[in-house]
Design a protein around this ligand. Sequence first.
Ligand code: TRP
Ligand code: SF4
Length: 330
Amino acid sequence: MRIVSGSRPTGKLHIGHYVGILENWVRLQNEGFETFYFVADWHALTTGYDETQNLAEYSKELIRMFMAAGLDPEKSVLFVQSAIKEHAELQLLFSMLTSVSRLERVPTYKEQKQQMEGNQSLANAGFLTYPVLQAADILIYKGEAVPVGEDQLSHVELTREVARKFNYTYNCEVFPEPESKLSHTPKLPGTDGRKMSKSYGNIINIESTPEELKKAIMPMITDPARKRKSDPGNPEICPVWSYHKAFRITEEDKKWVFNGCTKAEIGCVQCKKLLLQNMEKTLTPVWENLVEIDAREGYVDDVIYSGNKRAREIAKSTMHEVRNAMNLLF
Ligand code: TRP
Ligand code: SF4
């Protein structure tokens, strides 16, 4: 089965990206699927077309993090969307098969439009056709499964519709109808319990030092009922508990935290110390990989170059089939 997924380059990656997305991608790679992972740099333009000065650097940074997380360029095709111009060609063709009203009904579009009411920079057509580009990203590699978060389900649904419509209209079987592979890791909250977001200043970068982790975790908000160690608490409303679950806690330690908290037998400081240990354990291999990657000059560039090349070959071959099916002259 072929898996395709992409991520927008937004700068430094935080631990929510790691436990929510990258770990899942690595697992699929290691389970032996044929995996294609890319930097969706064109998608980043839909909301930031005027902020391109760091885009190239962020794209490289994302590939560097893909590798640090455990994506292996020998096993996965790692590439950058904007290097494969065929995505844009396929988007153009797909946009003929997609009605404007269908795109206006996409929930992510409706929500963002509401949130950014009056923001003229979001009046661009690319913002509306974002999911059509995503369909092209997936289908150009004949992706059969797409690991995504909940917010992307509607885009994969649209991708299925486009695939079906293409095959039906041109009486062919060029495209599969890909399924979503929903990641079951719940979203990691920020250190203040709100949504993890750069603008709230509540993120923790993957590339933190152990010292920085400690600085971020120790003051973390907990269940406010636990003023003293003798006050029982409820882990379900405590962001530290969400972190525990995301950072490979053993079943035994899980019980220790849960019982200790609800029966007021452990203190929050103890609880956080255990979390820190597990976070370091999880992140140490990533940090070690980063040291290795950075020691090899030009390594990231080389990986991008050869990943692009492999992706391009497949994209070109699909486009041949597409143009044939449509009877285009070229
Ligand atoms: N829309 C996705 C996001 O914002 C990124 C993306 C672009 C993507 N193209 C894709 C994800 C294709 C999966 C498959 O996260
Ligand atoms: Fe949260 Fe742990 Fe304190 Fe319970 S003991 S409130 S889970 S930090």
